[in-house]
Design a protein around this ligand. Structure first.
Ligand code: MG
Length: 256
């Protein structure tokens, strides 16, 4: 069941998405060599609560997720648990953040280079972000869900990278995860008809090597099966009559 959101509901989702984008900007500022993801988690939680919102990921699931951010380093794809390992020069750090207040959620992610990263890592990050923007550009009334999926896939595969199959983007609103599921691979012209009022979290997860992933013993962290690098970018967007509108936009004072 796919719910179409009213302008007021989109505004409320947007308030949370702005808090998410501000948090991600704070993470970019603070994620440096020697900093731990547990320290970043604390900074994120404090900021989200200072805005009168709650971190959507903290306690999510059963047993509940033990952090306010997902922090996924290098071969970790998503759902990494914040820990005490200091970040190292050349790491890539995926940070995923959710915030909820007034009955609605926002969701977003970035992958942050720590110090100077290698050329392949650089190309992975720029490609994954570009794939996300290509997918967003297809989020228009009258299009199909497969248009988004295919656009993301083609940007990634043109660079020789692979698209994670088993994890997908999603609708978002009163719940963090709503229908429809939005795969990052697929065929243009296929799938659900897109309509104004749909609000989606689009989130390509792109691997340098093969697309297969597996879960670590912590029962949260998803890593690439071949332990090659993976990157993740995510925006919450609304489909409007005028086309896609990105809701995870940081306030001017957070933009560096
Ligand atoms: Mg998401």
């Amino acid at each position: 069941m796919i719910s179409l959101k009213s302008p007021r509901e989109i505004e409320l989702i947007g308030e949370n998405a702005r808090i998410v984008a501000n948090t991600l900007a704070l993470m970019r500022k603070h994620a440096k060599v020697g900093v731990t993801t547990r320290e970043l988690d604390r900074i994120a939680e404090d900021y989200i609560r200072s805005e009168g919102a709650e971190p959507s990921f903290l306690g999510y699931g059963n047993p509940g997720f033990p952090g306010s951010i997902c922090a996924s380093v290098n071969e970790a794809v998503v759902h990494g648990v914040p820990n005490d390992r200091p970040l190292e020069e050349g790491d890539i750090l995926g940070v995923d953040v959710g915030a909820n207040s007034k009955g609605f959620h926002g969701d977003g992610a970035v992958t942050i280079p720590i110090g100077t990263i290698g050329p392949v890592a650089q190309r992975l990050l720029s490609t994954t972000e570009r794939a996300l923007l290509a997918g967003i550009d297809k989020a228009r009334p009258g299009g199909r869900l497969g248009d988004i999926s295919a656009a993301i896939q083609s940007v990634a595969e043109a660079e020789g990278f692979s698209v994670v199959r088993s994890l997908v983007g999603h609708g978002i609103g009163r719940n963090l995860h709503e229908d429809p599921q939005v795969p990052n691979f697929g065929r243009a012209g296929k799938g659900l008809r897109l309509k104004a009022g749909m609000v989606l979290a689009l989130e390509p997860m792109i691997n340098v090597g093969r697309y297969e992933v597996e879960m670590l013993d912590d029962e949260w962290t998803i890593v690439t099966a071949d332990r090659e690098l993976s990157a993740h970018f995510e925006h919450t967007i609304a489909i409007t009559v005028d086309g896609p509108r990105i809701l995870t936009v940081a306030s001017p004072e957070f933009v560096v």
